[in-house]
Structure formats: C-alpha cells, structure tokens
Design a protein around this ligand. Sequence first.
Ligand code: FES
Length: 166
Amino acid sequence: MTNVHSYTKKVISHFKHPHNYGKLKRPDGTGEVGNVVCGDVMHLYIKIGKNKQGREIIKDIGFETYGCAAAIATSSVITDLAKNKTLTEALLLQKDDVIKTLKSLPPIKVHCSLLAVDALNEAIHDYFSKHGKPIPKALEEFHKRIEKSKCEIEDRYGEWVGEQRK
Ligand code: FES
C-alpha cells in the first residue's frame, strides 16, 4: 500500500532517470520559474517545428531543475507530455495531468507539479513574444502573475537572494 506521504515508484523512477534532461542549444523559447523560499528553480527550453498539418508543435524540449525529487520528476513528466503536442494542446496541460502520470504526489509536494506547468507556459509565452506572435489573453495574464510573484520574492527576500547569488 502506498503511503500518501511517500513517493510512488513512478516518481522515484523519473527522479533517478529524468527524461529530456539538459539545456537545448538555441531554444525558440525558455521558461524560468522558481520559488526561492523552497529553493527550487526550473528552466525549461523548447524548440518549435511543424506537424504534417502545418501546425506548430513542440519538436524538442529540455529542462534543468535545481530542486527536490518531486520537482525533478514533475519536470521530466511535463517534458514527456508536451513533446510533439501542438502549442494549443501544450497550453492545456494541467498539474493534474502531471500528477496522474506519476500516479500521485504527497500533498505537500503538489506545488512542485505546478512549477513544471508554469515553466512550460512561460517557455511558450517566451516563444510567442520573441517571434512577434499573438499571445492568447489568458497566457499573457498568467505571465504577468509570474512576473509579479518574481518581484514580490525579490522584494521580500532580496537581501537573502543576493547572498545566495554571490
Ligand atoms: S519543494 Fe518546492 S518545488 Fe519541490
């Protein structure tokens, strides 16, 4: 029986052998999200291609995560889920899709799956904005919230963040 506070075999497997780990060369979009309070930082890189119907898809994807086992496992899963999806499909991915793939996550670790989804959304936003593409309203609002939370973290923990960067 799985204890709700322990990791499933799937989590352990993705943590020990993460898929799509590493930075991509010349990515088309990059997402950087983090929580300096728990110390986890996630960078997600995407390369865009086209499918047979001529729709833009995530052709390649990679990540670097500095964080807990759940943060690494959820990053690994989000890259699997997003690869070869159209951008519209990728934007529909939710933390529940990540958790379902991992079978479950301890409640205290659910926010880690949110970081992975946020990083993917940010990478797609970055691609749209760098390539002069129209940005869906919900994605733009989401991006503003992420930017605001980064500023709040800097304001609240600026001194500490500065120390960590030395
Ligand atoms: S403990 Fe914060 S993302 Fe895992």
